[in-house]
Design a protein around this ligand. Structure first.
Ligand SMILES: NC(=O)c1ccc[n+]([C@@H]2O[C@H](COP(=O)([O-])OP(=O)(O)OC[C@H]3O[C@@H](n4cnc5c(N)ncnc54)[C@H](OP(=O)(O)O)[C@@H]3O)[C@@H](O)[C@H]2O)c1
Length: 280
């Protein structure tokens, strides 16, 4: 049994689908089982991953656990300890490339490093997946692109190698089920460095729309996000890292290709798969 904490997230949902698709037994942890829409055959357990009080039955037959939620930083040591007590052998954590290539406010990197430290101290065979920014972050532009053809944002020249959630999930599925990944920090990125201008151009190509990126000041972006009622943490996360990536592009690695034996999926592939969300 493989337990997925954060099963309804961008990565977790894809990991569940891939594991169930290849015949693995999966337990998905969510706060809202009624809305989780997990694949047939998945055991769904109701729990809040921000607290260590995961029901004991979650761990029946556990072999491996994936921590894939921004909510687990504080509770990770207790969750991993419970998994180990019930016989788990492996733990995989979804971390961030910023641990290795610092960008953004240190407190956000520190959270990911704390998660890794919990895995390293767990006594389990551990793997951390240090991910670049997700392709799926572009979905944050959908409301703007429903209203018009312009993406307004800060630091248009900020460059990263964004990663497809299916690639992260494929590596997660392997590391949860195979030997040979113990004590590895894998730095996972997409195949190419793209600015925000590049991403909007690719979305133009894949949707057939004439889209453009309009650069605002960071203060304008912060004010717009605050006016939408977003908590301060959201612009802090976004603007801090974009500011750094505008000066020094994020890393690009071949780790996906090395681990999966095929090239990493590019942003155009992700954009094509999600084109409907970006059309009017
Ligand atoms: N986005 C990026 O570019 C990026 C880059 C590197 C690393 N990461 C990290 O990758 C991990 C996976 O990201 P993700 O977007 O797939 O998942 P996520 O949204 O962080 O979380 C997955 C699930 O955890 C539960 N959850 C979220 N916030 C919670 C809270 N405050 N309290 C309790 N439960 C909460 C939700 O499940 P239920 O509602 O079903 O309970 C959610 O679907 C995260 O740790 C993220 O920080 C993200």
């Amino acid at each position: 049994m493989i337990v997925i904490i954060g099963a309804t997230g961008t990565v977790g949902r894809e990991v569940v689908a891939q594991l169930v698709g290849t015949g693995s037994a999966v337990t998905a942890v969510t706060r809202n089982p009624a809305q989780a829409q997990m694949p047939t055959g998945t055991v769904v357990v109701e729990a809040d991953p921000s607290t260590p009080s995961i029901p004991a039955e979650t761990w029946d037959g556990v072999e491996a656990v994936l921590l894939s939620s921004r909510a687990v930083t504080a509770s990770a040591p207790e969750i991993l300890s419970a998994a180990a007590d019930h016989g788990a052998r492996r733990a995989v954590v979804i971390s961030a490339s910023t641990v290795e290539y610092p960008a953004g406010e240190p407190r956000f990197m520190a959270g990911f490093r704390a998660l890794e430290a919990a895995a390293e101290a767990s006594g389990l065979a551990w793997t951390s997946l240090r991910c670049a920014d997700f392709d799926a972050n572009a979905l944050a532009w959908v409301p703007q692109l429903r209203a018009g053809d312009v993406v307004r944002g800060a630091y248009g020249k900020a460059a990263t190698s964004p990663i497809h959630e299916r690639d992260i999930a494929a590596v997660a599925a392997r590391t949860l089920t195979e030997d040979g990944h113990d004590s590895h920090h894998y730095l996972l990125t997409g195949p190419e460095s793209l600015t925000q201008y590049d991403k909007v151009r690719i979305l133009s190509d894949t949707t057939g729309r004439d889209l453009s990126f309009l650069e605002l000041t960071p203060d304008q972006v912060r004010a717009a996000m605050t006016a939408q009622g977003l908590p301060d943490e959201i612009p802090a996360r976004l603007l801090g890292s974009l500011s750094d990536y505008a000066r020094v592009p994020g890393p690009t690695t071949d780790t996906i290709a090395e681990l999966l034996g095929r090239p990493a999926l590019d942003f155009a592939t992700w954009a094509t798969e999600h084109a409907a969300a970006f059309r009017h």
